[in-house]
Each structure stands twice: as structure tokens, then as C-alpha cells.
Design a protein around this ligand. Structure first.
Ligand code: COA
Length: 257
């Protein structure tokens, strides 16, 4: 077992720290498994009151490991990435995220399932699914148009436009954008510890109520996106885009109809 996901426990707060800096905290199949397991254990442990997700000072996560996508792509909803998505989607306690540096792909979409999000002002968020020959995931094709309107969501999901932590806060994807990584971590920790002090059942009931109206629909969308995503991973467009990323060149889609 590697330490690419560090799980720390402190007074009712579990911190999940992505720790693969040499690959910009990109997420492997094994890391998704570790994250899912840590979330399920934290949910089952009544002494855990909240979870904080962070990637450290320089990078939140560059998203799914692209080499893993090429060599060991997820096949269906039984894959670890979907175990992780469902563990976060179904998590009954508050989740806080601290985002510094790049948050790409699932690094951005997972934030849509957290309760509070704090970003460094110049964090770089991006969902380049179409750019990689893929499609939106983790409910983002439903949540973002609802949250931002179709036009803005199309810039982010169809063009794969980058945006900053400051913009994420302006648009309501994050609660607040802070000056630097130290302030971001301090704020996220302060708010997570406030959750730890609150009555746990009232918090869980309230979170469930806030999330319930679209829950069934959202679950269906996550599955529909997931099935298409897995299929698209094998498409010539995706293979070209991902191979180009690994070879540090621009992809060429001119031969595809
Ligand atoms: N999967 C696999 N490897 C990745 C990765 C990913 N998602 N993101 C970064 N890496 C690797 C790079 O290949 C490089 O490895 P090397 O040193 O062995 O060549 C190393 O991490 C450093 O990345 P690099 O791109 O040189 O760092 P950067 O600071 O210039 O850029 C990012 C950082 C995050 C902006 C850039 O790596 C990026 O855009 N990655 C996103 C990949 C992506 O499209 N993810 C979405 C998947 S759905």
C-alpha cells in the first residue's frame, strides 16, 4: 500500500490528503479505492463528524491519471472511480474541500458534491472532458447548467475553459477564494472544525434534506454519464487526445468525422 492518499484523524475530523506530487496528485485506480474506503469508514464511524479533502499547497489534483486511462481504463460502475463517486455522493456528514493550485477533471467535479469549498484565489480549475475525447462526469452535466445557466456551463464543459478560484467563488462553486495556500487551508480547517462542534444528527438530517430534491435524478445522470464516459475512453478521439498529453504534443482530431 502506498501513501498517495493520506488519511489523518484529529478530534472528530478526518482529513483526506492527496499526496502524489510528482504526478500533480493525479488519481490512479488504487487511489480511488483508498478514497472510497476512507469515506465509507468515516461514514460508519460515529466519532467522525466531518471530512476535509485537500491536495496540499501546490496542487489539488490534476484529475484522473491519464496513463491509467490508457492502460487500465474503468470498465463500468463496479470500478474504483465509481465507488469513490458514490461514496462521496452518499456521504452523510459534511465535507469541506481546500483547493490550491490546479484542480482538473474530477478535481473540479468532486467539489460539486462537497458542502463547503475554499479555494486559493489563483487556483486553476478546469473540466477538459471534451478536449480529451470524453464527456462530463459525476453529475456535472446536470449540476452545472442548473447552477450557472447553459451558456456559462457550455464554456466550462464543452470548450473546457479554465477558471480561477476567484471565479469559482463568484459563481458559487466555492464559498470563498483566499489570498494564498496558507489562508485557504486555515479557513477550510476552521470551518470543518465548526462542523465537528455541531449536533451530528441534526447536521446529517439537514444535509440530506438539502441534497434530496434532485437526488434520484442526479444518481441516474451519474450512471448515464459514467456509461458513456467508459465507452468514450476506448474511442479513437480519446486515445489520440490522451496519447498526445502523454507525448507532450497537441492532439490532432482532423482525421475524425
Ligand atoms: N495524469 C498523468 N500524469 C499527469 C497528469 C495526469 N492527469 N497530470 C500531470 N501529470 C504528470 C505529467 O505527465 C508530468 O509527468 P513527468 O514529469 O513524468 O513528465 C508531471 O505530472 C508534471 O506535470 P506537468 O504537466 O509537467 O506540470 P505543469 O505544472 O506544467 O502542469 C497541470 C500541471 C495539472 C496543469 C497539467 O499537468 C495538466 O493539465 N494536467 C491535466 C491532465 C488532464 O487532462 N486531466 C484530466 C483527466 S480527466
Amino acid at each position: 500500500m502506498n501513501d498517495h492518499v493520506q488519511v489523518e484523524r484529529n478530534a472528530g475530523l478526518v482529513t483526506l490528503r492527496l499526496n502524489r506530487p510528482e504526478k500533480k496528485n493525479s488519481l490512479t485506480n488504487a487511489m480511488y479505492g483508498q478514497l472510497a474506503e476512507a469515506l465509507r469508514s468515516a461514514d460508519a464511524d460515529s466519532s467522525v463528524r466531518a471530512v476535509l479533502i485537500t491536495g496540499g499547497d501546490d496542487c489539488f489534483t490534476s484529475g484522473n491519471d491519464v496513463a491509467d486511462f490508457l492502460q487500465n481504463p474503468p470498465r463500468d460502475m463496479s470500478s474504483n472511480v465509481f465507488h469513490f463517486m458514490l461514496a462521496l455522493f452518499e456521504f452523510s456528514k459534511p465535507v469541506v474541500a481546500a483547493v490550491c493550485g490546479p484542480a482538473v477533471g474530477i478535481g473540479t467535479t468532486l467539489l460539486l458534491h462537497c458542502d463547503l469549498v475554499y479555494t486559493q484565489r489563483d487556483a486553476l480549475l478546469r473540466m477538459p472532458f471534451v478536449n480529451l475525447g470524453l464527456c462530463p462526469e459525476f453529475g456535472s452535466s446536470l449540476i452545472l447548467p442548473q447552477m450557472l445557466g447553459h451558456a456559462k456551463a457550455a464554456e466550462l464543459l464543452l470548450l473546457g475553459e479554465s477558471f480561477s478560484g476567484a471565479q469559482a467563488a463568484q459563481w458559487g462553486i466555492a464559498n470563498q477564494a483566499l489570498e494564498d495556500s496558507q489562508a485557504t487551508h486555515a479557513k477550510a480547517l476552521e470551518m470543518a472544525m465548526r462542523f465537528v462542534q455541531l449536533p451530528p444528527s441534526a447536521l446529517a438530517d439537514s444535509k440530506r434534506l438539502m441534497r434530496s430534491p434532485d437526488r434520484q435524478k442526479l444518481r441516474e445522470v451519474i450512471e448515464e454519464e459514467g456509461a458513456l464516459f467508459c465507452k468514450r475512453l476506448h474511442s479513437p478521439e480519446a486515445r489520440e487526445a490522451m496519447t498526445a498529453f502523454m507525448q507532450r504534443r497537441q492532439p490532432d482530431f482532423s482525421q475524425f468525422s
